[in-house]
Design a protein. Structure first.
Length: 596
């Protein structure tokens, strides 16, 4: 059988639009009586019903006669709860109890409760302003005993409670009786920590040890720690000036040893540490004893690169470099950043600072991994020399790498010489920004051409997602930034047309955006500032010194790039060094090196 229903007349013309019932019975022998109940209908509604029958082929019959009937109107709400009571109060919770009403009056099982509370009595007039409890139980059959614990309340506070009950329509009951109760007061703070010690120093970290206090004195489990450090002894007077450790672990049970490694410290410096402990109220303990220790000195630079290789790139005017990553200390760990320089003259220690800087060095990988970089914007067919120096987080430089030499790629164009030549990103690139910058080599370095960029999700450019026209820039290349963020997990294709001439070949790329700063390192003698890109909408960006002091804070970002001009919140220029940044909402973080 195929049984169907609708709120309008059914015929062969609208049969397919009618709703099909589920669970139709298997047909009985011809002449037998059949019956079937259609459920899940709306109350108080007129419905039309018809059916078709099929044999095993299947050959289907025509539409049967049509019958109609209206469902009954459900207007009886659950009964009003009149015995709502409370008890079992703690400092942060109160237990409620009542007798479950029914679906219709006191019969059956209702569908939902709405429990609310406030610090003043609840009435029909202020019901909407009361706090709605998140976690009401599903109603039990009428006459059953119901209980629920309301958590998250303030200690030593009187609360008023009431509820309403609804059936499936929903028809809501009236307001229950109002019951009130008072949470217990918790005035006992955790015990003062007197066992804090500091030791096991490295160049950038110190480990703290202490015995956990309790929630009330030395009993139970506290709710949170506030651990702070400073480069001078900590007192109550300068407590708020000390740096707070981020992401302290939740306290363990009273009497349990606690350990915490404080990282991101400066090398070869004395630090002082103290902490306070709070319960859930929160009641805060007094300040602990003050412990101190000194970090070690980092005088080991990254290892030198001796396998730098250079070759012509895939795109005209480029050179590809490759090398094996050294470590942070010699050949161990991960260095902080690379500085790549290139010149038409051979590079030595004496002329290193006069060579041109490659503005986009790759992020450092762990020692032993292969690193690559492409230098663009070079004069085709000219010979270039390149060298690399590696730095750790304290700015200790490696020795100069071996010097590699290669000829910048030149393309011999046949046919239409006005077609644009793409430069970057190279085909197949994975880019870590949602708004990449596309670069094309100028057809005529001395010309004033127009370039029309297109980005699509297919090589035929039917799925166009971005396009724009820009005038030729001075120099060898012209660039265009994709105006709207692209999505990860898609392959994109881009091409460029010059003036009214044909399009270039299409290259592909994909994006895997993450928040980062560029250029990194940022040299304020050569750049206006650093850019933080791919920030989540509404996030909070915090820039810290290596000692943990806040340098600058941007709140409620609009999801667009942030330009930093190298000043702190007071408007003063910051000094050279390594700075830390993190997103307060997501926990993403990174480093930014400033060179003045």
């Amino acid at each position: 059988y195929d049984i169907r229903y609708s709120t309008s007349m059914i015929n062969s013309g609208n049969w397919d639009a009618a709703s099909q019932a589920t669970g139709e019975p298997s047909p009985q022998t011809a002449g037998s009586s059949e019956s079937f109940t259609v459920t899940g209908l709306n109350s108080g509604t007129l419905y039309y019903f018809a059916l078709k029958t099929a044999d095993e082929v299947p050959n289907w019959s025509g539409v049967s006669n049509v019958v109609s009937v209206s469902t009954s109107e459900e207007t009886t709400p659950p009964a009003i709860v009149s015995n709502l009571g409370n008890g079992g109060a703690t400092a942060t919770s109160i237990m409620l109890s009542w007798t479950a009403p029914g679906d219709d009056g006191n019969s059956g099982t209702a569908s939902q409760y709405d429990i609310r509370y406030a610090t003043s009595t609840i009435t029909d007039a202020n019901w909407d302003a009361a706090v709605q409890f998140d976690g009401e139980p599903a109603p039990k059959p009428g006459g059953s005993v119901e209980t629920v614990q309301i958590n998250g309340l303030e200690s030593g506070t009187t609360y008023y409670f009431a509820l309403k009950t609804a059936d499936e329509v929903p028809n809501w009951s009236g307001l229950s009786n109002v019951t009130s109760g008072t949470t217990m007061g918790d005035a006992t703070a955790p015990q003062i920590v007197s066992t804090l010690t500091a030791g096991m120093p490295t160049e950038t970290s110190i480990t703290l040890l202490w015995i956990a206090p309790g929630d009330d004195g030395a009993v139970g489990t506290a709710a949170q720690y506030d651990v702070r450090y400073h480069t001078s002894p900590i007192t109550l007077a300068n407590w708020n000036m000390a740096s707070r450790v981020i992401d302290e672990a939740a306290p363990k049970a009273a009497g349990t040893p606690e350990t915490l490694t404080v990282t991101g410290l400066n090398s070869n410096r004395a630090y002082y540490f103290a902490l306070m402990t709070a319960d859930e109220v929160p009641n805060w303990s007094a300040m602990s004893n003050v412990a101190s220790a000194s970090t070690g000195a980092d005088i080991t630079p990254p290892g030198g690169i001796d396998d730098l290789n250079a070759s012509g790139g895939e795109v005209e005017g480029t050179i590809d470099l490759s090398w094996t990553a050294p470590g942070d200390d010699g050949m161990t760990g991960t260095a902080a950043f690379y500085m790549i320089r290139y010149s038409m003259d051979s590079i030595t220690e004496s002329n290193w600072n006069m060579a041109s800087i490659h503005s986009s060095p790759p992020p450092t990988l762990e020692a032993g991994n292969i690193q690559t970089a492409t230098i663009g914007g070079l004069v085709p067919a000219r010979q270039y020399y390149a060298a690399v120096r590696t730095y750790d987080e304290l700015g200790n430089p490696s020795v100069l790498s071996n010097v590699a030499m290669a000829e910048a790629t030149v393309d011999i164009i046949s046919g239409n010489e006005d077609l644009a030549e793409l430069q970057s990103p190279t085909s197949g690139s994975l880019l870590h920004t949602s708004q990449p910058v596309l670069v094309v080599q100028n057809v005529d370095p001395n010309g004033s051409d127009s370039y029309f960029f297109e980005v699509a999700t297919d090589s035929g450019f039917f799925g166009l997602v971005a396009s724009g026209e820009t005038q030729q820039e001075l120099g060898l290349t012209t660039s265009w930034k994709v105006p709207a963020g692209l999505s990860a997990d898609l392959t994109y294709y881009w091409r460029v047309a010059t003036n009214n001439d044909g399009y270039s070949d299409a290259w592909s790329f994909s994006v895997e955006p993450f928040t980062h700063a560029y250029p990194n390192p940022v040299r304020f003698a050569e750049a206006e500032g650093a850019t933080f890109t791919d920030l989540p909408q509404g996030s909070e960006l915090v820039l810290l010194s290596i000692s943990g002091d806040v340098v600058k804070r941007w709140s409620n970002t609009a999801g667009t790039d942030i330009q930093w001009d190298g000043t702190n919140d007071a408007g003063s220029n910051v000094s050279s060094g390594t700075y830390l940044w993190y997103l307060a909402d997501s926990g993403e973080k990174g480093k930014l090196v400033v060179i003045r």
